[in-house]
Design a binder for this molecule. Structure first.
Ligand code: DAH
Length: 337
């Protein structure tokens, strides 16, 4: 009888102790098994009723049980006391907090967002095209003659004879006009590539925003009005501007738009190469040959287009003098904006 009770007490204790999570529960276990009125004491009391032959063996078993239970109890007690100490140490509310670094948008993304939102306000929608482009969309359809220097290997990253990394966002104009009938009015932001030596002024990859508006009776005056409105919102109301005649194969007539130099306010300095002016974009009315290439009737429709570099736009607005900082991602530069 008693030997059965001893082994039941042993397995009971072993399963009870597994459920203990804290010192309070452990104390309940001590009371149940090891206290003066506990189970093990009671079993020792019962020893006196055992027969003479059984007594030594049962006594031994009971001693083993008591030692085993005591040892396991002490081990767990020590462990729980230590971890209780640790968790008490953890939250020291008097320590200064750890400041998390909050990220922000890259200056180029901020600039692009601002340009997009101004043109959205002027009635333009947004379209994008692929960076891998056909030679035809990038040059041919835009009225570049076959021997135009821009097609030269030195400027263009050719992938195959017929495909290349687009050198400007103007091919998205072609995609837009091939997809939609007039009227169309959209800006087309994106990344472009040129095989140029890297310096403070040029980089092999940069961003442009293209613009196109085609409808009946679109005039050069409307182009000027739109671009001046953009420039005033982006660079400031007091800005002076001018349009200079220029040449692009896909616009006729073509122009470049300048604003007064932000650094010297027109007096002439290093940044504006002593002219007092900074070029901000190229533009013009769409060449009829381009309309022919996309099956738009050039007798019926006219349009204007423009294109600007986003890095250049940001350089001018924020007075940065090296284009490479946009791509190096030096935290000390980025966190200023
Ligand atoms: N694609 C020209 C460039 O990369 C920029 C440009 C000029 C775009 C005149 C136009 C435009 O749409 O009308 O230099």
């Amino acid at each position: 009888m008693l030997d059965k009770k001893i082994s039941e007490a042993n397995s009971g204790f072993n399963s009870d102790i597994l459920k203990v999570n804290d010192l309070k529960q452990l104390e309940d276990i001590r009371v149940k098994y090891l206290s003066r009125n506990g189970l093990i004491s009671k079993l020792f009391d019962e020893l006196k009723d055992a027969s003479k032959e059984e007594k030594p063996l049962l006594g031994k078993s009971l001693n083993i049980l008591r030692n085993d239970v005591t040892e396991k109890f002490n081990l767990l007690k020590e462990k729980l006391e230590n971890s209780a100490g640790e968790s008490e140490k953890k939250p020291d509310l008097s320590l200064p907090g750890i400041r998390k670094v909050i990220g922000s948008k890259h200056l180029l993304t901020q600039t692009l967002d601002e340009v997009k939102s101004i043109f959205k306000g002027l009635g333009f929608s947004i379209m994008e095209g692929p960076e891998l482009e056909s030679d035809y969309n990038n040059f041919g359809a835009l009225n570049f003659p076959v021997d135009h220097p821009a097609r030269d290997m030195q400027d263009t990253f050719f992938i195959t004879e017929d495909f290349l990394l687009r050198t400007h966002t103007s091919p998205v104009q072609i995609r837009l006009m091939n997809k939609y009938k007039p009227p169309v009015r959209a800006i087309m932001p994106g990344r472009v590539y040129r095989n140029e030596a890297i310096s403070s002024r040029s980089y092999c990859v940069f961003h442009q925003v293209e613009g196109l508006y085609v409808d009946r009776d679109v005039t050069f005056a409307e182009l000027k009005g739109t671009l001046v409105s953009f420039a005033r919102q982006f660079y400031g109301n007091d800005l002076k501007y001018r349009f200079r005649p220029s040449f692009f194969p896909f616009t006729e007539p073509s122009a470049e738009m300048d604003i007064t130099c932000y650094l010297c306010y027109g007096k002439g300095c290093r940044i504006c190469k002593h002219t007092g002016w900074l070029e901000i974009l190229g533009c013009g009315t769409v060449d009829p040959n381009v309309f022919d290439n996309v099956d738009y009737n050039h007798e019926e429709y006219t349009g204007y287009a423009f294109g600007m570099g986003i890095e250049r736009t940001a350089l001018l607005k924020y007075g940065i003098d090296d284009i490479r900082v946009f791509f190096e991602n030096d935290f000390r530069f980025l966190k200023q904006f």
